[in-house]
Design a protein around this ligand. Structure first.
Ligand code: URA
Ligand code: CA
Length: 442
């Protein structure tokens, strides 16, 4: 088999066989296919797409590029969660202890993230002492004892994805449905969960700008999950504005703690309840979505998710006192305010631009090697639909470096669109897709 012929085949819109896909992944992982050829293949897939069988074979080949983690010693149905990417998205931090408090074990591997802000792992590292590289045995033992643990992926978790993702990132081939599905699902399947809940975001800053594309992506991920015998639910959510008020690592930890204290921003809390309700349903802790949601509302009210988070932090070496006193989290040295230049209603807060502003402040990585500043970020003072008067605060900016602030400030201001009329607010939760079909919330 020659890889050149496979590139031509895909370029011309033909279907690749299981054998060909296995060959491609194996040879690429063993450095026998150079990046320039794989780049051409990725672009061919980008334009020609893949059918469900090809996506299945690709996902499977990527899973088997590494090891499948065996979570079978943990009793219960293990439910994993993944988001296709949100700005200011701190749901995992609140969700894992919420779901664990309801008795569904959460054994989660999370990424560091490249882009706007850090990933869940970076955020957790703003808690002093918190270890994210524990080794598999310790990880499993914490899940058994506490009910939840979040660590960095082990190096043998779908290594093909690591290599392919880095190449996609520099070849304009990230936002391709077959490539996103195989990337996400290979990691979830290799991580050993029994069931999967996915947050598929749409709008500015998301990979799928259009609702109909997000729906399609969500549906294919459910089908692929089912192909592998894992019940999967995709929740389609609107990223018409950043999630919650905080964007930035330690600021988002604080925001997650607020949710666990039964407070916090309404949209973030709602998303946690929705994703969590499906996790409870798939995990067998609730008969259906409605029952799961009620159960989680009660858990938040009673504070058991909050204490679960403290337990998890302590088990992973972090200082649990910080969870009681979030003012101990790192905070940037300086704070300035962005003010409205006209009076009106907030029409839009561009997630992409807010994310880029946070990155300019140092909250995210421009390159894989970049250092992250966990203490910087943005707190929104207004959300879409809010009334704002001239000179009123739109956002607070936490920064350490005034040069970086200068760059971020204009971008941040331009992400707010203010107009005369009160806009119609698009709901956060648009649809949920399961094996039963699509349920639209709009
Ligand atoms: N998240 C992933 O892990 N992979 C993708 O391809 C897109 C989002
Ligand atoms: Ca947030």
């Amino acid at each position: 088999m020659r890889f050149y012929d496979l590139i031509i085949k895909k370029r011309d819109g033909q279907e690749l066989t299981k054998k060909e896909i296995n060959f491609m992944i194996k040879e690429y992982c063993e450095d026998r296919i150079p990046d320039y050829q794989m780049s051409a293949m990725l672009m061919a897939i980008y334009f020609q797409g893949m059918n469900i069988d090809e996506i299945k074979y690709l996902t499977m080949a990527m899973v088997h590029s590494g090891k499948i983690i065996d979570l079978s010693s943990i009793p219960g149905i293990k439910v994993d969660k993944h988001s296709t990417g949100g700005v200011g998205d701190t749901t995992t931090l609140a969700l894992a202890p919420m779901v664990a408090a309801a008795g569904v074990p959460v054994a989660k591997m999370s990424g560091r993230g490249l882009g706007h802000t850090g990933g869940t792992i970076d955020k957790l590292e703003s808690i002093k002492g918190f270890k994210t590289e524990l080794g598999l045995n310790k990880f499993i033992n914490i899940v058994k004892k506490v009910g939840a643990s979040i660590i960095s992926p082990t190096s043998d978790l779908a290594p093909a994805d690591k290599k392919l993702y880095a190449l996609r990132d520099v070849t304009g081939t990230i936002d391709s449905i077959p490539l996103i599905v195989s990337s996400i699902m290979s990691k979830k399947l290799a991580a050993g969960a029994d069931a999967i809940v996915l947050d598929v975001t749409t709008g500015s800053g998301a990979f799928m700008k259009e609702y109909k594309d997000a729906l399609k992506l969500g549906k294919i991920m459910v089908d692929i999950g089912l192909e592998f015998g894992k019940e999967t639910v995709s929740v389609i959510t609107n990223m018409g504005e950043p999630l919650g008020f905080a964007i930035g690592n330690s600021l988002e930890v604080k925001e997650a703690i607020e949710v666990l204290k039964n407070r916090g921003p309404e949209d973030l809390r709602d998303l946690c309840l929705v994703l969590g309700a499906y996790m409870l349903e798939l995990g067998g802790a609730a008969k259906n979505y409605e029952e799961g949601r009620k159960r989680l509302e009660k858990i938040l009210k009673e504070g058991t998710a909050f204490s679960k988070f403290k337990e998890m932090v302590a088990a992973q070496g972090g200082n649990p006192e910080i969870i009681d006193k979030p003012e101990l989290l790192p905070l940037a040295k300086h704070c300035t305010k962005i003010k409205a230049v006209i009076t009106g209603y907030i029409q839009k807060i561009d997630s992409q631009l807010i994310g880029e502003s946070a990155m300019l402040l140092g909250a995210g990585r421009e390159k894989k090697e970049s250092e992250i500043d966990l203490s910087v970020g943005i707190i929104l003072k207004k959300k879409v639909g809010s009334k704002v008067n001239i000179n009123e605060d739109l956002a607070e900016v936490y920064y350490n470096d005034s040069e970086k602030l200068k760059e971020a400030k204009n971008k941040l201001l331009s992400s707010f669109v203010i107009g005369d009329k009160k806009p119609k607010k698009i709901p956060l939760i648009l649809a949920a897709i399961s094996k039963e079909g699509v349920k639209e919330f709009r």
